[in-house]
Design a protein around this ligand. Structure first.
Ligand code: ATP
Ligand code: MG
Length: 521
């Protein structure tokens, strides 16, 4: 069927059924809510399978991030079975079944075959013409930011896959409006697939059988179905074998599949980083040629993908894979250019250390934030802009804020950064000189600043790398630990020790960085 030597992976007409006795997936590792959904569908007379990443992760002995269900029940039939259910998705309806914090996503099997050679592509719609459609989906561009950060289910693939269909959260971007418009089905027409001139899927709207559903999945490792009827695994594509060999292979012709949805290139990088799988050479080959197609993906969706790459426990490895595969430039061109020009330098070390800390937090289930992540990623570009200003401006809060805004603007070449996160970055950087040169008791007010914690964490990181004074970082650590009465005397002692403040507060950071040179490698 699908030996590794086979040129392309084509799903078999019938699955290889692996009985319960021959695999390791146990119901005790499946979310009880997912089991409830599966059993209710089955008892309603429908087929019900776990599918995708959760089956892959269970086979790998990992804890799945979310549980996705595939069924032959139509969305309305699913809705009738569950009170706690909401249909989402404009073009392709999905059911979300809610259990408190947990959402189980139930997708009806989709018939999606690769476009045939002669299929006439659609021209892009005129970006000046038309407006965004009304949305009936959660705002993925912004909500999924938090969700991805929490590893929450809104960030799950089938929904995220539809982010561009909704054109959500990107009202200001003309090209997204164009996509959204091109994507809007004519009334009464809900049964077509549409592609743009690059081969990108604009609409994918046909319900089908499980044999057809497998075609629209991306990697063989993500295309296994766990059948609740008899606890067997259905494998159409040699996915079990590929998981054992820790290999990522796209189903179908890789170039076509990447053209249909260029985000699959980022997904490949994410799974390489997350699972430590190798990308099969045939799957990897077109990435170098096609990566620029990511420029045509709605910016809100790229932002969501970026969060999944960096905030779900494998950010340091994601950075390495993205750079090696030439994909970082498609997400954050200024970060890529900075790192390329200062390879192995202090900023790269700060970034890697920061990502490792973030990974450890994510793995431990502690909160991680897009703001802190962006501050890490943009550290080099921000420092570079500040250092391009006259040295007498390096300590000015206004100059720091301006540099942050310029770096964020550059970073938005391909993706959108929601304003609340970019404002947070500016605040974090603007707080650095105030933390490095606390002005007596007034400085204690910073402890209640909403961005204090993030700014303090950045100060710690900078001090670890010699980019800020370790004594000041320790002072802020201590002042948070002592009772309130002692905080005042700590602040007084600091003023006495420092003597009168210089007329202009120096930014030790910038001057020191300037002297040492940020390019130290
Ligand atoms: P994880 O949840 O660990 O990030 P996952 O494989 O479950 O990984 P999701 O984004 O949750 O990824 O998507 C669920 C499933 O939906 C995938 O396993 C895959 O079968 C399918 N899928 C998601 N996105 C795409 C895509 N862009 N193209 C094709 N199939 C996709
Ligand atoms: Mg998933």
């Amino acid at each position: 069927m699908n030996s590794p030597e086979a040129r392309l992976v084509a799903p078999a007409a019938k699955p290889r059924v692996i009985p319960r006795a021959e695999h390791t997936i146990s119901r005790s590792h499946v979310s009880p809510n997912a089991l409830r959904v599966l059993y209710r569908l089955k008892d309603g007379g429908f087929q019900a399978f776990l599918v995708g990443g959760c089956v892959r992760d269970l086979l790998l002995g990992m804890e799945p991030k979310d549980f996705d269900v595939a069924t032959d029940a139509l969305p309305d039939q699913v809705k009738r079975l569950f009170r706690n259910c909401r249909l989402v998705g404009r073009r392709f309806r999905l059911a979300h079944v809610f259990f408190g914090q947990e959402i189980i996503e139930v997708a009806t099997f989709r018939a999606a075959t690769a476009p045939s050679q002669g299929e006439e592509p659609l021209a892009d719609a005129d970006p000046e013409d038309g407006e965004a459609p009304e949305l009936d989906e959660p705002e993925l561009g912004s909500e999924a930011a938090g969700a991805a950060a929490r590893g929450g289910p809104e960030a799950a693939g089938d929904t995220a896959e539809l982010a561009d269909e909704a054109g959500a959260g990107v009202g200001e971007a003309a090209r997204d409006r164009a996509f959204a418009r091109a994507d809007r089905p004519p009334p009464g027409d809900d049964s077509e697939r549409m592609f743009d001139h690059t081969g990108r899927i604009l609409r994918d709207n046909v319900y089908g059988t499980i044999d057809e559903d497998v075609w629209r999945r991306d990697f063989t490792a993500n295309s296994l179905y766990y059948n609740i009827a008899d606890f067997s695994i259905w494998d159409y594509v040699g996915g079990v074998e590929d998981i054992t060999a820790r290999r990522l292979r796209l189903i179908g012709d890789p170039e076509t599949r990447f053209r249909e949805d260029p985000v699959r290139m980022l997904r490949a990088a994410r799974f390489e980083a997350k699972l430590g799988f190798g990308i099969d050479p045939q799957t990897a080959e077109p990435i170098g040629r096609l990566r620029e197609l990511l420029g045509g993906v709605p910016p809100a969706r790229l932002f969501d993908e970026m969060l999944k790459l960096f905030l779900t426990g494998h950010g340091a490895r994601s950075l390495e894979v993205l750079r090696r595969r030439g994909l970082l430039g498609q997400l954050l061109p200024n970060v890529d250019a900075y790192l390329a020009a200062h390879s192995g330098g202090l900023v790269e070390r700060l970034l890697m250390k920061g990502l490792e800390n973030t990974d450890a937090r994510a793995v431990a289930g502690r909160p991680v934030t897009p703001t802190f992540l962006l501050a890490l990623l943009l550290y080099g570009p921000i420092a570079q802009i500040i250092e391009s200003m006259p040295p007498e401006r390096w300590h000015e809060i206004a100059a720091i804020a301006e540099a942050c805004e310029r770096a964020v603007r550059q970073a938005q070449a391909h993706l959108t950064i929601p304003r609340r996160f970019s404002l947070g970055v500016t605040e974090m950087f603007s707080l650095q000189p105030r933390l490095e040169h606390p002005s007596g008791r007034r400085a204690l007010r910073l402890l209640t600043h909403p961005r204090f914690r993030a700014a303090y964490d950045l100060l710690l990181l900078r001090s670890e790398l010699g980019l800020a004074s370790p004594e000041m970082a320790q002072w802020w650590t201590r002042v948070q630990e002592v009772p309130q009465e002692e905080q005042g005397s700590m602040a007084d002692a600091l003023v006495q020790k420092a003597g009168p403040r210089p007329e202009r507060p120096r930014t030790g950071r910038r001057r020191r960085r300037g002297r040492r040179g940020p390019r130290a490698s």
